[in-house]
Design a protein around this ligand. Structure first.
Ligand code: PA5
Length: 446
């Protein structure tokens, strides 16, 4: 059971010796990662998390998820960036993008606090009317504005509808072990709390309580998820590019970037992977995009987006390469039936499975894009199940860290994210930002 990389569609774009030429740099990146001597080495907790996770807390997560499944109709997961994308991606990958609409014995799960949209938050409040609601508020720093606003709104909602004491039992807080206003508030109120480890950054935190509690509440097997990740931890430990597909992926994308392919398009032919694309974009975008460097990560779902972006990928400027996720075992199956009249002319497909047709769409597309000047990497994933997902998450995290080191950046910080926050706080008149307010207002013509 593993995720494997196929590089055959790089032919004509990258020669095999070009990948091999990166072996020395990959060895150095591997060494920095495992010896903790590289940039950002305070944030390497994710590297051994699949085996070293806190077992006592893991049992509490499972117990809390069980309680939520029993006493909750709607779980509101409040968080932004790394504090929500992993859980949402995992639930859609393992259950469905239509999870909430399906018949099930687990709660609906909605995500809040990932924007500042009044419309989105008001709509969620409406959906909660008359239903049993629990809240999982997630913020490592405990100070992020978007989730803090949503939490204030939902705390007030719960306290009004079920009372202060019952609200305390329905709020679960995932945050720093000791720091931040959320931790202090949770302790004061007596919420059950879970920890984002100090040495695990937000976008690397899906295999901590950040992701695990919502994923378990959706009825997914988080033990199998961790086992899949542990398998990857063990398998992806050899620096050799000949045997380590995770490092080969990092090396290939680095070579492609050097050849002017500054955009990596994550492609899937299954809508259950759409949110995985969002999670992956944050992981790579925040880890690599700094110091004037990095690949721009974008994502699409085919064949849907072949009817929108397909034209550009086929025929537009040669700035892209694709990384295509393909399943060995298809997530679902449907056979096309014979139609006596054949008015739609589709009888040539009768008796054939949609998975086969989808596969032909992939094969036809990858060749067409190659002809049009866009190379592809293919990542083969065994199945849309917990073990495969655990493996895939670890694969992407480790490849991301090595990619960052190959670029010479710190893959674990995000200094650029602060700039918009400073401006927003200044414009809103937050105490401490008075100096900047007038300057910004003048630039805006206010
Ligand atoms: O990767 C990161 O660190 C960020 O994307 C954070 O996850 C995001 O900004 C949310 O931060 P916090 O969990 O502190 O609210």
């Amino acid at each position: 059971m593993s995720v494997t990389l196929e590089t055959r569609y790089l032919e004509g774009f990258v020669r095999s010796h070009e990948l091999g030429a990166l072996q020395t740099q990959v060895n150095a990146a591997h060494e920095m990662l495992h010896a903790g001597t590289g940039l950002g080495s305070d944030f390497l907790g994710w590297l051994t998390l699949p085996t070293d996770y806190n077992k006592e807390e893991f049992a509490r997560i499972q117990a809390a998820a069980e309680r939520i499944r029993r006493d909750t109709d709607i779980l509101i997961v409040i968080g932004i960036g790394g504090s929500y994308l992993g859980a949402r991606a995992a639930i859609e990958f393992l259950k469905s993008p239509n999870y909430n609409a399906k018949k099930k014995d687990t709660p609906d799960i909605y995500f809040a606090g990932n924007s500042i949209s009044a419309a989105a938050l008001s709509e969620l409040l409406e959906l909660c009317e008359g239903r049993r609601v629990s809240v999982n508020v997630i913020s490592k720093s405990g100070t992020t504005t978007e989730p803090a606003i949503a939490f204030r709104v939902f705390r007030d909602y719960l306290e009004r509808t079920v009372g202060h004491e019952e609200a305390k039992k329905r709020i679960y807080a995932t945050t720093d072990r000791a720091r931040g206003t959320l931790k202090a508030f949770a302790d004061r109120e007596g919420y059950e709390t879970f920890v984002v480890p100090d040495d695990v950054g937000g976008r690397y935190s899906v295999l901590t309580a950040v992701g695990l509690l919502p994923i378990a509440a959706a009825g997914c097997d988080i033990t199998a998820l961790m086992e899949g990740a542990a398998e990857a931890q063990k398998a992806l430990n050899d620096p050799s590019l000949d045997s380590n597909d995770c490092y080969r992926y990092a090396a290939a994308r680095n070579v492609l970037l050097r050849k002017g392919r500054a955009v990596e398009l994550m492609v899937s032919y299954e809508p259950c992977c759409t949110m995985m694309g969002e999670w992956w974009k944050q992981l790579y975008g925040e880890s690599e995009g700094k110091d004037g460097k990095g690949l721009f990560p974008a994502s699409v779902t085919f064949s849907t987006d072949l009817h929108s972006l397909g034209q550009f990928v086929q025929d537009g400027s040669n700035i892209l390469f694709e990384t295509v996720l393909q399943f060995d075992r298809n997530p679902g199956e449907l056979i096309i039936q014979e139609d006596a009249e054949n008015v739609d002319g589709l009888n040539f497909l009768a008796g054939r499975s949609m998975s086969e047709i989808n596969r032909k769409a992939f094969e036809g597309t990858v060749l067409a894009h190659s002809d049009g000047g866009t190379p592809s990497l293919v990542l083969r994933v065994p199945a849309a199940d917990e073990r495969s997902l655990g493996y895939l998450i670890y694969f992407f995290e480790k490849a991301c860290a090595v990619s960052g080191y190959l670029l010479g950046v710190n893959p674990f910080d995000q200094p650029g994210v602060e700039s918009y926050k400073r401006n927003m706080f200044a414009l809103l008149g937050k105490p401490g930002y008075e100096g900047e307010k007038a300057v910004l207002e003048k630039r805006l013509g206010l």
